[in-house]
Design a protein around this ligand. Sequence first.
Ligand SMILES: NC(=O)c1ccc[n+]([C@@H]2O[C@H](COP(=O)([O-])OP(=O)(O)OC[C@H]3O[C@@H](n4cnc5c(N)ncnc54)[C@H](OP(=O)(O)O)[C@@H]3O)[C@@H](O)[C@H]2O)c1
Length: 392
Amino acid sequence: MSRQNRTDRPYDIVLFGATSFTGALTAEYLAAHAPKGLRWAIAGRSTEKLERLRERLPGGAEAGVLRADASDPDSLRALAEHARVVATTVGPYVTYGEDLVAACADAGTDYLDLCGEPEFVDLMYVRHDARARETGARLVHAAGFDSIPHDLGVYFTVRQLPEGVPLAVEGFVTADAAFSGGTFASALNQFARQREMAAAARDRRRHEPRLVGRRVSAPVGAPRFAKEVGAWALPLPTIDPQIVRRSAAALDRYGPDFRYRQYAAVRHLPVAVGGVAAVGALVAAAQVPPARRWLSGRVRPGDGPSPEKRAKSWFSLRFVGEGGGRRVCTEVSGGDPGYDETAKMLAESALCLALDDLPRTAGQVTTAVAMGDALIDRLRAAGIRFRVASAR
Ligand SMILES: NC(=O)c1ccc[n+]([C@@H]2O[C@H](COP(=O)([O-])OP(=O)(O)OC[C@H]3O[C@@H](n4cnc5c(N)ncnc54)[C@H](OP(=O)(O)O)[C@@H]3O)[C@@H](O)[C@H]2O)c1
């Protein structure tokens, strides 16, 4: 199936999980920013909740309403066959996500999610990448704060450096923000599945073709005081370095030997030590089922930071890139990373896949590979800053 003949589908974009905390913000963003004539729909398991959401959207009557349940593969197939692009916020993805990926891969429908779960991304590669390549579907995971500013920030940094030479980029993440019930549930679930995560990564390595003639790596860095950003740099074990590594493997522009290291940047040492201890305690508690159950009751599904809290939240990612005798410092920054900006990133990615003239790609692809400059342009126009801070 070629991508051109999908314009006969009833919807350009379907947003699945539109009633989630993040989904509702994404629906609001689409209602306010979608170009005239965009055919889009909100989808989820409760028609009543979807109707209530639609009533409060600006001009929301233009959005269709579709019922689908993550546990009903037929409903997901119908969803995939009715859309050119499906974006989903129904997580944890390792629990709820696979049937929709399968349906989109089969139907040649572009797919986006907010997954920060490496295990899910690796499983989906092994099980559905080949089918998506056959049908032309683009399967794009991690289209929120995980991992768009990281992936596109590194892509933007690489574009400031010389071509055809070894390149090294370091990323330093700073943010002030709170999290939602869904994010907390996904993080706990992932902490409890370390063995499954390692097994999925091994299986992926067995299936993925080896890179020939180039090297890319994303090793875990050691904690240190980073003079270049004036803060303590702590290794950050999120999905982002893996996504960056895949973009680097897919795009020759990252050079013959590319290395990326990512850190959380924390100004004061006691805060850094406290942060490491808190994450360690959470990971340990997640291994014990009663403790995990107790923790998951602390932040409920559907809950999330208030508009006032989100208005004060922000993020900044600073990158230092070196290669071929040149050194650049760049920054990607914006407002509330987890929700307001994530909703913007997911919605703009869906619009980008549906409407923009993009390189021809298929299968499991990153945001840099599938959308690159077109998505950077969209995000800049929507208020997320990409800038070169210094270069020499
Ligand atoms: N990558 C990032 O940067 C980033 C940022 C934010 C969120 N996230 C991820 O996004 C996901 C959503 O987070 P959230 O806090 O917005 O979630 P949430 O408010 O807890 O909502 C969960 C959603 O899942 C839906 N759902 C549950 N079971 C379902 C089923 N069987 N069929 C269909 N829908 C079902 C719920 O539907 P009802 O409304 O009908 O209950 C609800 O809409 C999480 O995985 C989170 O980790 C990632």
